[in-house]
Design a protein around this ligand. Sequence first.
Ligand SMILES: NC(=O)c1ccc[n+]([C@@H]2O[C@H](COP(=O)([O-])OP(=O)(O)OC[C@H]3O[C@@H](n4cnc5c(N)ncnc54)[C@H](OP(=O)(O)O)[C@@H]3O)[C@@H](O)[C@H]2O)c1
Length: 343
Amino acid sequence: MTSVAVIGASGYIGSELLRLLVNHPKIDEIIPVSRSLAGKKVSSHLTYLRGFLDAEFREMDLENLDADFLYVAAPPGEWINSMQSVLERGIKVVSMGGKFRIKNPEIDSKTYPGFDNPELLDKAVYGLPELYREEIKKASFIANPGCYTTSIILALAPLSRHKKSLDLGRIVVSSVSGSSGAGAKPSRFLHHPEMSSNLRPYRVLEHRHTPEMEHILSREFDSDLSISFTPSIGNHCRGILSYVNLFSNGEIDLGKLFGDFYSEEFFVRILSSAGENVPNLKDVINTNFCDIGVNFDRGRGRILLLSATDNLIKGGSGTAVQNMNLMLGLDERLGLKQVAVSP
Ligand SMILES: NC(=O)c1ccc[n+]([C@@H]2O[C@H](COP(=O)([O-])OP(=O)(O)OC[C@H]3O[C@@H](n4cnc5c(N)ncnc54)[C@H](OP(=O)(O)O)[C@@H]3O)[C@@H](O)[C@H]2O)c1
């Protein structure tokens, strides 16, 4: 019997975790935790779970939590102070937030101020299975990657094999995300009249995912690199499309490079970008896939990588379930084989 608790189950990532877990063949019990909805039926708030989850939201009581696995789908908070006792009781944890993703105490503290915890930072394994599968299998505490970073790191990682021919100081990335990326809390910025028919850049020079992607990719490339990143929020609910541009002083067979790099990866699909074979949101929404289109403009030496994911699944809860499967010794695809809807 495997039981899984979800802190932040009232939010978008937490509720998406519930939606994936109710169909997971190896999970027997789900414990949804919400401070604001404790005592209420899950299906009275998340109405689409009617008939699938007949539980009530519970208070957060980590000292007495009895579960095998815990997801924290909440920003940094008091829960961090209970992590040592949770881990000592053998409960494995995946944290969905940005804190503990960057294994450098100064950058971690500057990017996500408050609730610093050097021991936890030391324990944390960056949970991107396509790159760190073996470390994840042995981990007890995972820092799940960010949504933008997942699409961008997966697009750039194979190029580490050609780093000598690349201008790593000028990698330029723009991404467009659906509004669910900003979470469930209402704000003027996300109010329907402000967002509908709109495309809005935000945090244009200072998004918190920039240090994360630079840190992880510097490790992959074994070299410093600089990413100029501009995010925008679009007039759609889910899905990230990232446009990754960089320059090479020699031709690279990108189709072969990327095809070889991801040949064993079920959740990464490499596309030529020719004709209909272009990454787009509709093909990945409600799935755990990352579709990457590879393009080389010979005249300019320009590499253009197009990377599409569902921010709530491959960019969040789907990768988190992949990590849980690995940590529990299961097939990492369990509970994650959804195909996109069409039309
Ligand atoms: N949205 C995305 O696309 C996405 C993708 C990847 C990662 N993430 C990360 O995943 C986490 C959750 O994001 P989200 O979009 O689901 O946010 P959200 O919709 O705002 O939900 C967060 C939930 O966490 C609970 N919460 C807030 N502060 C808390 C605290 N101090 N302690 C315990 N619970 C607290 C709240 O529920 P109660 O008040 O009911 O307890 C809230 O519903 C964030 O760290 C975010 O950065 C988000």
